[in-house]
Ligand binder design. Structure first.
Ligand code: SF4
Ligand code: SF4
Length: 364
């Protein structure tokens, strides 16, 4: 039944915050009443190892899916992609509070001459993944309403696809295929099943205990391939072997757990602001998507270091600290610094510091 029902996965907050648990439980209790939904709960998405049952369950879902987590939607989507859980981006209508003027400003901040991003690797299956941020509202009803809206949208999309499929395979053609001798069929690819036809492969059984098996806390970068241009500057900058390239020479986060806990250094070096640390205190680095967070206008490029040599200095400082903690020698600006950045003028230090402080003070 996997393809005819929408799978909803709620990813719990790390720790046992009573307010967050109460919100999670209210959402799940309400969604379990919906016959069109398949509802499951897993631990904090970011902390799941690839072999955790929760991640294996997510991998087993082949149809449309809604994932509710305590992560920015962009971070959750690319985190899933990193684990081979791919699909088209499903747009949510549940947004963090922001007025229209802010949104318009954020639009105009977008550079027009950015290089083309490389996009997700490999084929994208014909299904949609919606990622909802559980910090966008403290009312469970808002999430329930949005999930129901998404389920209706998916149903409508499948109906449209089934209609198109039927138009491409009229009944007479299907009858002709059925009357042909079986030997004639061996050289002909069988028609694809209609998009809304239930999948023959049933989901394997996952017990709630296995799905919710405890996890340790993790820390690693997540790449947004809708921004990444494969310049490989992060590969040069990181001296801890976190990054690598795949068989097609595309940047990947190869050794996630070699990243240094709490350090976001390479996110400041990436010229496209494509590197996210979903647990970092500053929303821009954690994966926030707009130019405004909590009413504060953010210059993303400055915060990350695209224009500000000062942010590069901060990244180098952070990297040196981790090298020394590892018993290695600090390298300063002598290793892995892109030439284009070493010639940038230094921005006044107090301006960037103020911006970071402002973001910290939001307490998000
Ligand atoms: S530095 Fe940024 S844009 Fe360049 S390869 Fe790394 S993630 Fe991609
Ligand atoms: S934060 Fe530091 S250790 Fe982690 S990937 Fe970036 S440069 Fe490497």
């Amino acid at each position: 039944m996997a393809r005819s029902r929408v799978t909803v996965v709620l990813s719990q907050a790390p720790g046992k915050h009573p307010g967050k648990r109460a919100l999670e439980e209210s959402i799940v209790a309400a969604l379990l009443m919906e016959p069109e939904l398949e509802v499951s709960v897993v631990p904090h998405l970011y902390d799941l190892h690839p072999d955790h049952t929760g991640m294996l369950f997510l991998e087993s879902v082949s149809g449309d899916m809604v994932v509710l987590s305590w992560l920015y939607p962009r971070a959750a989507f690319w985190l899933l992609d990193r684990n081979g859980i791919k699909g088209h981006w499903g747009a949510s209508q549940l947004q963090p509070p922001a007025d229209e003027e802010d949104e318009a400003d954020a639009e105009t901040d977008t550079p027009v001459d950015k290089p083309e991003p490389i996009g997700a690797s490999g084929p994208i299956p014909e299904r949609y993944i919606y990622t909802l941020d559980l910090r966008d509202s403290n009312k469970y009803e808002d999430y329930v309403a949005e999930v129901k809206r998404i389920a209706a949208e998916c149903r409508q999309r499948r109906a449209t696809q089934a209609h198109a499929h039927a138009a491409e395979n009229p009944p007479l053609l299907q009858l002709g295929r059925a009357l042909r001798p079986s030997s004639a069929l061996t050289s002909t690819a069988p028609p694809a099943p209609p998009p809304d036809e239930p999948s023959s492969a049933a989901l394997p059984a996952f017990t709630p205990e296995a799905l919710l098996a405890p996890t340790g806390r993790r820390w690693y970068p997540v790449i947004d391939y809708n921004r990444c241009t494969n310049c490989l500057e992060c590969l040069d900058f990181c001296l801890f072997g976190v990054y690598g390239v795949d068989a097609f020479e595309r940047i990947i986060v190869e050794n996630q757990d070699q990243c240094k806990k709490g350090c976001p250094a390479c996110s400041r070096v990436c010229p496209q602001q494509a590197i996210m640390f979903p647990e970092y205190k500053s929303p821009a680095i954690a994966g926030a998507n707009t130019g405004t967070v909590g009413g504060l206008k953010i210059d993303l490029s400055r915060l990350f270091g695209g224009e500000a040599g000062d942010a590069l200095a901060l990244a180098v400082q952070e990297r040196d600290r981790e090298l020394v903690n590892d018993g290695r020698a600090a390298v300063g600006m002598t290793v892995g610094i892109p030439k284009r950045q070493t010639h940038k003028p230094q921005a006044p230090k107090d301006e960037l510091d103020k911006l970071v402080d402002d973001l910290d003070n939001l307490g998000l």
